[in-house]
Structure formats: structure tokens, C-alpha cells
Ligand binder design. Structure first.
Ligand code: ADP
Ligand code: ZN
Length: 585
């Protein structure tokens, strides 16, 4: 198509070249060589050599001699010229031949030039619209074959996204109740955990078009271009009625605005603003859902997370052992394989993301193909595993060591156990040794009984729960083996203790005085406060250790459960420990 257009373009160019050369030939060669003085012509006329003269309006006349030669001479333009010739017995042709000689190619030339200009301007238009097309084509629209069944594991995420699918499929059902469709959903979690896959699956399940862009595409473009792209994207999506818009690497445009930073951030701000404007610009039930992915939720601009914007946050965590088994199964199912111990592979691949598992299986398939084997076997998987592990970064390699998993398991088990014993009102959603984007090890607490006042005993218990990770490590592995894993816990507990003594009036050194109202403390008073904090944390720590010592067998069974399953939910914990909390009933 494009080639054809280029060929068409050549035609007027060629024609005009021909016309130009003809005109040059006409004026400079043909006429110059045969141009004769008017007096010469008069002589020829007098001698009776002239046979015919062609008269026209041009500056020259064409003369034909009796001997067959012809030439041009100047046109005298006298009124009696024709009569003069006729009376001399010379035939006179009155025609425009000469001027036609020039006027036809001239007009062709003009037409050609015109069409070239038109074509050029069209081409410029096309190419400029091409660039905007190309910009738009950065976002790809997929004919989507993904379904939730293409995503193994990630059950919680799938469950929470199911609502969106239902919203997209049956908007009337929700309209009837005046329910508002969530406009923006943020998927957060480690790279390769299937965020993109989930977004595609949402579109696939709902049967709506899927548009994907990446936040990093908007960085380092000229000011205004990013914003225009966002507007185009929404325009396109809206033209389809319903759609899922997916923005990968959301942090590239949605990072917290650091104050005072100029240059480079302006474009990002404009892009972000236009995104927010577009999102608030469409009606709740129009059927456009924006899904964004980021590795970290905490770096995003709070403006993005407000209600009516990206107010649904879905964690897409690294897969635990059973989820890994499902993912491995999913990818092996599609390939010829035999005698593979999927269970043991799923244990060996702790901390692998879905993407890593997929590439591990792919690697095994390549090895099998290279060795001309009919099936992928355990041997190929083994080889692929060592290759993949070698390519892994050190931290993950280290944490794959059994010893480290064990320490993490006891650390998290300590938190869980003390929470069950000391804060039975707080339900434990899950405990996990799979690291989350929030920190090493995963331990989720939700606080259901939100009483209006938090008392001193609650705070002390809370500190004990925080200290329990470290205490458990020490109890099981000895004082010398404690790790830095408790860094975050100690941070938290220190903050609470300090607030108790210096802000909440729960200590002795300041009594009911608040430090923040006192201004700076004398070094003596400061020392007293610190001493009191230290004494408090030491007391609580030894209390925790005692508690764990007394319940060591339960601690062990939680840790072993974690080592086996990697993630334990509230119900699993209740079964393992036989501790009945109000929530578990
Ligand atoms: P993210 O967007 O979180 O970085 P992707 O969705 O791009 O991750 O995942 C990359 C690839 O990894 C997917 O195309 C898929 O092949 C594989 N993958 C990741 N998680 C899963 C999963 N839970 N189930 C099946 N495949 C997965
Ligand atoms: Zn901890």
C-alpha cells in the first residue's frame, strides 16, 4: 500500500521533468537555432522563397520556405502584415500552434506541480497522524484469550477482581442498587507475580477490549505529550463502550510528588493530572475500568489512592508452595512430560515468582528438545533448576537455604503465637514466610475490635507481639544466631514505648507531662526517659521469652506448618494450635 503510493508519486514528477525539458528545448534549442532576422525574412519574401507563414499572437512567427526549410522570425505585429503576405502570394496559416507548443506542456507542468504539492502535503499529514497513531499504538489492544484459569494461584486477588468482572458483565444488576463500579484498581506486588496477567484475565472474563500502556512510556517525552496520550487512550477506550485500561509501572507517573523538585517532574505531573481528570470525567457505570500495576504501593502519590480514583488495592503476592504447585502444573500440562515430581519442585522453588517458574519450565523444555528426548523428565527439570538458580540474585539464593527458611518460620511463628495468646481479639488473617512488598516475612494482622480507647495493657501486649519474632529466634537458635529480621519490629515497638512514656502519660519519668509540649528535655531528663523505655522493653522481652518457652511445642508446630505450607490462614492456625480465639469461633 505504502509502496504503491510512492510509485504514484513518481508519475507527476516524471511528467513534469519531461515538460520542463521539452519547454527548454522549445525555447532555447529549437527556436534559437532557427531564429532568423526580420530583414532576412523580408529578403526571402522579396525573392519569393517563402511558401507559408504561420501567424499567431506570439513574439515569433514560423516561416516555411519553398525549399522545405523553416525558421522563426520576429512577429512585426503590424495590422497589414497578413494582407501584405497574401498579396505576395504566400499562404497564411492562422493558428496557435506555436503557443500551444508551449502552453500545453506548461499547463501540464502546472498541473503536475499542483498534484505534487497536494501529495506532499497529504504525506506530511499522514506522517504526522502516523506519529500520533504510533503513540496510540504504544498501547496495545489485545484480542484477549486470557481467563482467570490462565492464572494459577493468586486466589485472593482473583476473588477480589471477580467483582469487577461481574460489574463489567452485568452493570444493570448493580445500577439497580445504585452501586458504584470501582474506577481504579491497583495491583501491587513483586515483579513477575502475574499482575499483567490478572488484568488481561479481567478483560478476557468480561469480554471487553484490553488496552495496555506502561508508565515508563510517559517518562522523557515532551511536555504535554504524555497528557495527550492519556486523553487519546481514554477516548479510544470510551469509543468501545466498555474496556479495561491497564497501566503497567504506575510508579513511573504516579510517584509521590517530592516538593521542590523542578525539571523532569513537570511532565509527570501533567500526565498524572490528565489521568486523574480522565478518571473523574467518566461516569461511574460507564464501563471503563483502569487497572494499574506497581511493585510498591507506598511510593505512589496519595492523590492517586483517594476514593473515586484508585481506591481498590489488590495485593498480588509471590506464590506459596501450593500456588507454585498449581503454576508448575499449569505450564507442564501444556507440554509433553513424564515422571516429574511436581511437589518436590514446588518446595525447592521458594521465593520464585510465577514468571520465574514459567521460565524454569520453559528452560527444561528447551533442554529436553536439545537432547532429542520425547518427554520433559525430572533430569531436564533438574538441569533447568540449577541454571535458573545460578542466575538468581544472591539474596534469593541465600534465602532458599533451608536454614534461613527455618529462622523466618520461627520468627513469624513467634509473632503469631504471642498474638493468639496475648491479643486474642485481633484476628490473624494469615502468617507467611513468603516475603511481601511490605517487608521480609509476611504477617498480617487485622484489628476487628476497634474500641475507641486503646489502653495500656493493649499497648504492652502489642509490643510483646512485635518482640515475639526476635524472642522466638533467640529461644530456638540461641542468642548468637539472632538476625536482622527484627529490624522493623524493633522500630515499631520502640515507637510505641516512647509514645507511652513521653506522650500518653503512661510512664514515671515524665508522669502526665507530654514531651512534645515541654520542648527540649535536659540531658538528665532524657536519660531518665531512655532508661525507663529500656527497662520496659527488657521486661516485656523476658515476659515474651517465658511465654514462648511455656508454649514451645505450639510454637514448633506453627513453624513446621509454615515450613511445609509457607502460608497459614487463620483457620489453619486454629487447627494447629487448638487456641480458640473469639474470631475463630
Ligand atoms: P507482573 O505484571 O506482575 O510483573 P506478569 O503478569 O507480566 O507479571 O507475569 C509474567 C509471566 O509470568 C506471565 O506472562 C505468566 O507467563 C507468568 N506468570 C506469573 N504469574 C503467574 C500465575 N500466577 N499463573 C500463571 N502464570 C504466571
Ligand atoms: Zn517480625
Amino acid at each position: 500500500m505504502n509502496r504503491f503510493k510512492k510509485k504514484i508519486f513518481i508519475i507527476p514528477v516524471l511528467i513534469s521533468l519531461i515538460c520542463i525539458s521539452y519547454l527548454i528545448y522549445q525555447t532555447f534549442i529549437l527556436e534559437k537555432t532557427a531564429h532568423v532576422n526580420y530583414t532576412e525574412f523580408l529578403k526571402d519574401k522579396k525573392n519569393g522563397n517563402v511558401e507559408a507563414v504561420t501567424i499567431n499572437d506570439a513574439s515569433t512567427l514560423k516561416i516555411k520556405l519553398k525549399n522545405g526549410a523553416d525558421y522563426y522570425t520576429d512577429n512585426p505585429r503590424t495590422l497589414t502584415f497578413k494582407e501584405d503576405l497574401l498579396t505576395s502570394g504566400i499562404s497564411v496559416k492562422e493558428s496557435n500552434v506555436v503557443s500551444l507548443n508551449k502552453s500545453i506542456p506548461s499547463s501540464i507542468l502546472i498541473i503536475c506541480i499542483f498534484s505534487i504539492v497536494i501529495m506532499l502535503s497529504k504525506k506530511i499529514k499522514v506522517s504526522s497522524s502516523m506519529t500520533s497513531m504510533e503513540i496510540l499504538n504504544n498501547e496495545k489492544e489485545f484480542k484477549n484469550k486470557y481467563k482467570f484459569s490462565s492464572v494459577a494461584g493468586n486466589e485472593e486477588a482473583k476473588e477480589s477482581l471477580n467483582d469487577i468482572v461481574d460489574f463489567l458483565k452485568n452493570p444493570d444488576k448493580y445500577n439497580k442498587y445504585g452501586a458504584r463500579m470501582p474506577k481504579g484498581i491497583i495491583l501491587y506486588g513483586e515483579p513477575g507475580t502475574g499482575k499483567t496477567l490478572l488484568a488481561k484475565a479481567v478483560a478476557g472474563e468480561a469480554g471487553v477490549p484490553f488496552y495496555a500502556v506502561s508508565g515508563s512510556d510517559f517518562v522523557q517525552v515532551y511536555v504535554g505529550v504524555g497528557a495527550a496520550r492519556i486523553r487519546n487512550l481514554f477516548k479510544k477506550a470510551k469509543s468501545k463502550g466498555k474496556a479495561v485500561i491497564f497501566i503497567d509501572e504506575m510508579d513511573a507517573i504516579g510517584k509521590m510528588r517530592s516538593s521542590g523538585k523542578i525539571g523532569g517532574s513537570e511532565e509527570r505531573d501533567q500526565t498524572l493530572n490528565s489521568l486523574l481528570t480522565e478518571m473523574s470525567g467518566f461516569n461511574d457505570n460507564e464501563g471503563i475500568v483502569v487497572m494499574a500495576a506497581t511493585n510498591r504501593l507506598d511510593v505512589l502519590d496519595p492523590a492517586l489512592l483517594r476514593p473515586g480514583r484508585f481506591d481498590r488495592h489488590v495485593e498480588v503476592a509471590l506464590p506459596d508452595a501450593s500456588a507454585r504447585e498449581k503454576i508448575i502444573n499449569l505450564y507442564l500440562e501444556q507440554k509433553p512430560c513424564r515422571d516429574i515430581d511436581i511437589k518436590s519442585l514446588s518446595y525447592k522453588t521458594a521465593y520464585f515468582s510465577g514468571a520465574k517458574l514459567e521460565s524454569l519450565i520453559n528452560e527444561a523444555a528447551i533442554i529436553a528438545a536439545k537432547s532429542d528426548s520425547d518427554f520433559i523428565t525430572e533430569e531436564h527439570i533438574e538441569k533447568a533448576y540449577s541454571i535458573t538458580i545460578a542466575g538468581y540474585n544472591k539474596i534469593v539464593r541465600d534465602s532458599l537455604r533451608e536454614e534461613d527458611r527455618k529462622i523466618t518460620a520461627y520468627h513469624e511463628a513467634g509473632h503469631a503465637l504471642v498474638s493468639l495468646l496475648k491479643l486474642p481479639e485481633d484476628s490473624i488473617e494469615k502468617v507467611s514466610i513468603i516475603p511481601t512488598s511490605k517487608g521480609a516475612g509476611g504477617y498480617t494482622l487485622s484489628i476487628p475490635a476497634d474500641s475507641a480507647y486503646i489502653n495500656m495493657q493493649y499497648l504492652k501486649n502489642k509490643i510483646m507481639v512485635l518482640l515475639a519474632g526476635r524472642a522466638s529466634e533467640e529461644l530456638i537458635f540461641g542468642e548468637k544466631m539472632v538476625t536482622t529480621g527484627a529490624y522493623n519490629d524493633l522500630n515499631e515497638s520502640t515507637k510505641i514505648i516512647q509514645s507511652m512514656i513521653t506522650e500518653y502519660g503512661m510512664g514515671n519519668s515524665l508522669g502526665l507531662l507530654r514531651k512534645s509540649s515541654l520542648g527540649s528535655l535536659s540531658s538528665e531528663a532524657s536519660k531518665e526517659v531512655i532508661d525507663e523505655c529500656k527497662a520496659m522493653v527488657e521486661n516485656l522481652y523476658s515476659e515474651v521469652k517465658m511465654l514462648l518457652q511455656d508454649n514451645k511445642s505450639i510454637l514448633k508446630s506453627i513453624a513446621e506448618g509454615l515450613l511445609e505450607k509457607e502460608t497459614l490462614y487463620g483457620a489453619d492456625l486454629a487447627k494447629l494450635t487448638n487456641i480458640i480465639t473469639p474470631q475463630a469461633v
